[in-house]
Design a binder for this molecule. Structure first.
Ligand code: SF4
Length: 352
C-alpha cells in the first residue's frame, strides 16, 4: 500500500491517524491542506501537532508531486505536459483551451493494453496503472503551473475503467467539497467500452459524465479498429450505456474518430443513426490525427461535414471537434507518440 497521503480518501486518512494513536478528526485537516491548499510538505500542515507531523514522516508518509519533464505549447494554445513518475514511467497530460473552457485531459495508465489500431498510446508498452494520487496530481500540478481548469476529461493515456478503483477514488477526491470541489458535471470519464465496468460505475456514489470511444457503427468494423469489441460487442456496450444513462439522467457522449475511407462514408453515417436511435447523446466527430505508428489518414473537413449532416438530419446532436495540439502530438490518439524522444531534464521547457 502506498504511503502517499495524496492518494488517500478522508476515511483512509482517518485509519492512518487512528493507527498512530491520534484522534480521527485530524484527518480532515490533512485532506484539506493537501487538496484545497496544495501543500506537499507534511510539516506545513500546521493544525497538526509538531509531534504528529514528525510521526507521519518517521512512518514514511509523504505527499507526492509529479515531476514536469517537458512542457510543449502548440500555436493553437494547447499545452502538453510530460510527467515523470517515481519508477521512471512517463505520462502525458494535455490542457486544451476553448473560449472560456480550459479542459485538462488526464492519463490513468502509463501505456495502454487495449491496442486500438488508430492510437499511439496503444502502441507503447504498458507499464502500470496510475494511483489515484498520480491522477489527481496531474490536475494540481497543471493548475499550479498554468491556470484555472474548468473541466477534467479522463481521456489521456490508458483505459480509465481498466484502472477502476484508482479512477473512481480520484473522481471522489476531486469532487470532495473539503478539497478541490470540482463539480461532478465537469468531470468526464471516457472508455473504449468495458461494459461491466460502465454498469458498476452507474452504482457509485459519484457518477461523472460518460464518454464512449465508439468509432464504428458495426461490430465487424469496430473489432478491426478496437480489439475490445470482440469481448464486449456493440449491443453489450450500448446496454451498459443505457443503464448508466438511467442513473445519470444526462446525455452520454460518443467519440467518433473520422478515418479516411475506413469509417467515414455516408453508409457508416446511416448505420450510426440506426445504432444510436433512442439514446440521449452527443456525437463528437474528431478528425483522425496522423502519427508515426499508423498509416491511416484523416477524413478531411468536407467529408466530416457530410457525415455530420446525415446524423444531424436524423436528430442526433453532434459536434465537429477542431484539431487541437497536433503539432506537438497532443491531439486525440497521439499521446505517447514521442515519449521515447523526451529527455528527462527535470526542468520545465516551453517550446513555442
Ligand atoms: S484509444 Fe484509449 S483505450 Fe484505445 S489504445 Fe488508445 S488509450 Fe488505450
Amino acid at each position: 500500500m502506498s504511503n502517499d497521503l495524496k492518494d488517500k480518501t478522508v476515511k483512509e486518512l482517518e485509519q492512518i491517524i487512528a493507527g498512530l494513536g491520534q484522534k480521527k478528526y485530524l484527518a480532515e485537516y490533512i485532506f484539506q491542506f493537501i487538496h484545497a491548499e496544495d501543500v506537499t510538505d507534511i510539516l506545513k500542515i500546521t493544525p497538526l501537532s509538531k509531534a504528529l507531523r514528525e510521526q507521519l514522516i518517521e512512518n514514511d508518509y509523504h505527499i507526492s508531486r509529479l515531476n514536469i519533464l517537458n512542457k510543449l505549447t502548440d500555436k493553437d494554445g494547447t499545452i502538453k505536459y510530460v510527467f515523470g513518475l517515481d519508477d521512471g514511467s512517463r505520462i502525458e497530460t494535455v490542457l486544451l483551451l476553448d473560449d472560456k473552457r480550459r479542459t485538462l485531459c488526464v492519463s490513468t495508465q502509463a501505456g495502454c493494453k487495449m491496442g486500438c489500431v488508430f492510437c499511439a498510446t496503444g502502441k507503447i508498452k504498458f507499464r502500470r496503472n496510475l494511483s489515484a494520487g498520480e491522477i489527481i496530481d496531474q490536475v494540481y500540478t497543471v493548475q499550479k503551473d498554468s491556470a484555472i481548469i474548468s473541466n477534467i476529461v479522463y481521456m489521456g493515456m490508458g483505459e480509465p475503467l481498466e484502472n477502476y478503483d484508482a479512477v473512481v477514488k480520484s473522481v471522489q477526491i476531486l469532487n470532495n467539497p473539503a478539497g478541490r470541489n470540482i463539480g461532478i458535471r465537469h468531470i468526464t470519464v471516457s472508455t473504449c467500452g468495458l461494459a461491466p465496468a460502465i454498469k458498476k460505475l452507474a452504482y457509485e456514489n459519484v457518477r461523472p459524465r460518460l464518454a464512449i470511444s465508439l468509432n464504428a457503427p458495426t461490430d465487424e468494423l469496430r473489432t478491426s479498429l478496437m480489439p475490445i469489441n470482440k469481448k464486449y460487442p456493440i449491443a453489450k456496450l450500448l446496454d451498459a450505456v443505457r443503464t448508466y444513462q438511467i442513473k445519470l439522467k444526462e446525455r452520454v457522449t460518443f467519440e467518433y474518430v473520422m478515418i479516411k475511407c475506413i469509417n467515414d462514408t455516408l453508409l457508416h453515417a446511416g448505420q450510426l443513426v440506426k445504432l444510436l436511435r433512442g439514446i440521449k447523446c452527443n456525437v463528437n466527430l474528431i478528425e483522425y490525427n496522423p502519427h508515426g505508428g499508423c498509416k491511416f489518414k484523416g477524413s478531411g473537413t468536407e467529408q466530416i461535414s457530410h457525415f455530420a449532416e446525415v446524423i444531424e438530419e436524423a436528430g442526433i446532436e453532434n459536434t465537429i471537434r477542431l484539431k487541437k495540439g497536433s503539432s506537438i502530438c497532443a491531439a486525440c490518439g497521439q499521446l505517447g507518440a514521442n515519449l521515447n524522444n523526451v529527455q528527462s531534464t527535470g526542468d520545465s521547457i516551453k517550446n513555442e
